[in-house]
Each structure stands twice: as structure tokens, then as C-alpha cells.
Ligand binder design. Structure first.
Ligand code: ATP
Ligand code: MG
Length: 411
């Protein structure tokens, strides 16, 4: 026998027995997001590597370690590790900044990151996400967070925790970065290798480090004092405070987390995550925030933007599994022609119907019907000669015989 070829580590098939749950995520997204005025956008799975280097940031783990990059015809291409950069590229390229603000876009699809596969972490995984362009006011931040919560609620997920922070703007953040560097200087040698690089390139991202020895340093009183100091300028503080009061008005429960800086370089002001206690250590289902300079950084106009992305595999892990759908009817007959005809008639009326293509015995057909369908539609000799069908409810075993054109009224 020929050698079997297996699926690649960190990737998974989505099998037919699980597809109903995926459809539910996607259909709910379409319904809920449409209600907020979002339109779906589908961008290519691969883009120029430079888009992510500039758009995600070349000091992030994603760009430094996790990208699937390949060359074709001397061009460096990369499988998208996330979709914001692609959506922003498309927004600019298609002149969407000329549309009246806000422009609201959503997406779903596979993303690719070369990470260590584990529960809740794959190398090909799926995200559903939204991006809103053109509004700098905190009303946009509030609406985007409410949308995330509404989507989760529509899926039946109510008890998730929202964490919130403001990173300020490049102006006020600069002084904060300098202070963080100062206070961490004596501990520089004890930081992990990644943090040593972050210290030079993007000190704010130190706070994101999950390594315990680094966390211990951040918890030292002298360091904590700097990390937890207020550094927002007046405008940023006002933005943050209006956002919080809007969320309070809307009864959104959130906690503020000063250590929440998010992995990506392009965030400013609002950042948030939504977490679940039922996911183990990969507990974030949603990450998002405001990225007012991204459109400009990628060559577009000065247009503010905000968005979030959710990991679909992590959402699915939280949802109860749905029951497999049963067929409406299973036609049972010794005459394949009659079975085929009745099946077609009912399918044309929108019913889910099958019959035994293998033409087995009547009893075998009945067994199969009880497994697969809600109703057995029996076409024996009598029924065929009298142009009728015996319809058996496979749950209650009740049976009625009706004229062929009346089947639809009983199933
Ligand atoms: P994490 O801290 O879990 O690595 P992240 O900050 O890298 O998350 P984002 O880039 O903000 O995540 O992506 C948004 C969401 O996508 C995450 O909250 C998570 O639900 C999901 N996600 C990210 N990476 C993966 C992955 N490798 N496998 C499965 N889901 C993922
Ligand atoms: Mg990550």
C-alpha cells in the first residue's frame, strides 16, 4: 500500500461533524455585524511580506518569528498572520477613504503563524474580526466593544471578562517608555532574551512578557510604581474617561489592566481583550484596539481606525456542540425510480431527503431511515398504485397514508 500523507503539524481538518458549529459562528457574525452596518471584505491569503513588516511591526514576535514567508519570482510573500494589515491595504488601494465615515468592514478566515502548537494554539487558525475607519471619538471604541460583546452573547457566551487599557498616543507614551527603561536598567541582565531586545526596540511590549522571572521584576515595588503611574496626556485621558463612562452607561463589566499592551506595534489609546476562565492558559478569545496611525504608516491618508479579532477555534471550544441535523425524510421503496422521483420532488420544495442508492432490502432501508431521518416515506406497491405515500414519524412511530401531493403538509 502507498504511504499515507498526514496533515501538517499545527493544522487541522474541519470535519463534516463539526461544520454546523462553524456555520453558526459565521452566520451569527453576518447577522450581528450587519446590524451594526458592517460589510464583509475578503482579502487574499498571501500578501507582500513588507505589508506585515510595516503593518504589524518588525519588533513583534509575529513578524520576527512566526511568519510563513516564501519567495516566488524574487518577490517575498507571506501567508497572512492576521487580517488587519490586509484590510488596511485594501482600504487604501480601493480609495475607501473617500467614502463617508465610518467605513465598517468585517472578515473571517484562516491565519498562519509559526507558533508552538498546543491546546488553543495552532499554526493555521481562524479569526473573525471587524475594522472601523474614520472615527477618532471614543463613541467608536464603545460601539466596537459592544459589538464584540453582542456577538458573544448571540452565540450564548455571556460570562466573559473584558480587560481594558489605554496606551496613550505616541506623544505621551514616549515619556512613559523612557521612565520604564530607566527603572528597568538595573535589572536588564535578569530579563529574558526577548525582553532584552524589546528593551531596545519597544519597551512597552516588555509588559506583555509571560516569562515568570520577568513578571517578578515587573512586580517589584519600584518597577510597579512606574508601570502603574498615570502618563496619559489630557486628550488621551479624556478619550479614555469618556469611553469608560459610555461602557458604564451600557452596563458593560470590565476591569482595567495596566499590563495589557497587546502584541502588535500599531495600537494607540484604547486596547482591550476578552478572556474566558474556561480555556486554560490560552484564555484570550478577543483582542483589539485603536490604531490611528496605521493607515498613514501604510501609505494612506491620516485616518483613525479601531478593530478587534476573535479566535474562532477558541470560540468553538467554549460553545456546546450542536446536535447533528437529521434529514426531513428518507424514502423507502423497492422501486429506485419511484424513490428517486419522490426525493427530487421534495428536494425541489426545499426538504432534505435521501433514499437508498445501494437498493438494499426494505428492512435495511427502514433501519437506515431511523438513524438518519425524522420521517420514513414509504413507497410500497400499494402506495405506488394508489399514488400515495405512507409517512412514518420515526420518533413516535405514528404512520399515516397521504396522497403524494400532500406529503409536504405532514413532514
Ligand atoms: P495570544 O496572546 O493568545 O497569543 P495574540 O495576542 O497573539 O493572542 P491576536 O493577534 O490579538 O492574538 O489575535 C486575536 C485572537 O486570535 C486571540 O485572542 C486568539 O483568540 C486568536 N489566536 C491568536 N493566535 C492564535 C493561534 N495561534 N491559534 C489559535 N488562535 C489564535
Ligand atoms: Mg500570540
Amino acid at each position: 500500500m502507498a504511504k499515507i500523507i498526514n496533515v501538517i503539524k499545527g493544522t487541522k481538518d474541519i470535519l463534516p461533524q463539526d461544520i454546523d458549529d462553524w456555520h453558526r459562528l459565521e452566520e451569527t457574525a453576518l447577522r450581528v455585524f450587519s446590524g451594526y452596518g458592517y460589510r464583509e471584505i475578503r482579502t487574499p491569503i498571501f500578501e507582500a511580506t513588507e505589508l506585515f513588516a510595516r503593518g504589524v511591526g518588525d519588533t513583534t514576535d509575529i513578524v520576527n518569528k512566526e511568519m510563513y514567508t516564501f519567495e516566488k519570482n524574487e518577490r517575498s510573500l507571506t501567508l497572512r498572520p492576521e487580517n488587519t494589515a490586509g484590510v488596511v491595504r485594501s482600504f487604501i488601494e480601493n480609495g475607501m477613504s473617500r467614502l463617508s465615515a465610518p467605513v465598517k468592514l468585517w472578515y473571517k478566515g484562516p491565519m498562519f503563524r509559526y507558533e508552538r502548537p498546543q491546546a488553543g494554539r495552532q499554526r493555521q487558525f481562524h479569526q473573525v474580526g471587524v475594522e472601523m475607519f474614520g472615527i477618532s471619538q471614543p463613541t467608536a471604541d464603545a460601539e466596537v466593544i459592544l459589538l464584540a460583546i453582542d456577538y458573544l452573547k448571540a452565540l450564548g457566551l455571556n460570562d466573559l471578562e473584558v480587560e481594558l487599557n489605554s496606551l496613550g498616543c505616541p506623544k505621551c507614551r514616549e515619556a512613559y517608555k523612557t521612565k520604564i527603561k530607566e527603572v528597568l536598567k538595573p535589572y536588564l541582565n535578569d530579563l529574558c532574551e526577548d525582553c532584552k531586545t524589546r528593551y531596545e526596540k519597544n519597551p512597552l511590549r516588555l509588559l506583555d512578557c509571560k516569562v515568570e522571572s520577568c513578571q517578578e521584576i515587573f512586580n517589584r515595588p519600584d518597577v510597579r510604581e512606574v508601570i502603574f503611574s498615570d502618563y496619559l496626556c489630557e486628550e488621551c485621558a479624556e478619550h479614555y474617561s469618556v469611553l469608560k463612562s459610555l461602557l458604564n452607561e451600557m452596563d458593560v463589566k470590565y476591569s482595567e489592566n495596566k499590563l495589557l499592551v497587546r502584541g502588535l506595534d500599531y495600537y494607540n489609546r484604547t486596547v482591550f481583550e476578552i478572556k474566558s476562565n474556561n480555556l486554560g492558559s490560552q484564555n484570550a478569545v478577543c483582542g483589539g484596539g485603536r490604531y490611528d496611525s496605521l493607515v498613514r504608516n501604510l501609505g494612506g491618508d491620516d485616518i483613525p481606525a479601531i478593530g478587534w479579532a476573535m479566535g474562532m477555534e477558541r470560540l468553538l471550544a467554549l460553545l456546546p456542540k450542536s446536535e447533528p441535523q437529521k434529514l426531513d425524510g428518507y424514502v423507502i421503496s423497492d422501486s429506485p425510480v419511484e424513490a428517486l422521483k419522490l426525493s427530487e420532488e421534495l428536494r425541489n420544495s426545499g426538504k432534505f431527503v435521501e433514499f437508498d442508492l445501494a437498493c438494499k432490502k426494505f428492512t435495511k432501508q427502514l433501519e437506515k431511515a431511523s438513524k438518519l431521518a425524522k420521517y420514513a416515506l414509504i413507497l410500497g406497491e400499494d402506495e405506488i398504485s394508489s399514488n400515495s405515500v405512507s409517512v412514518k414519524n420515526l420518533e413516535t412511530s405514528e404512520q399515516v397514508t397521504v396522497k403524494r401531493d400532500e406529503v409536504l403538509s405532514v413532514i
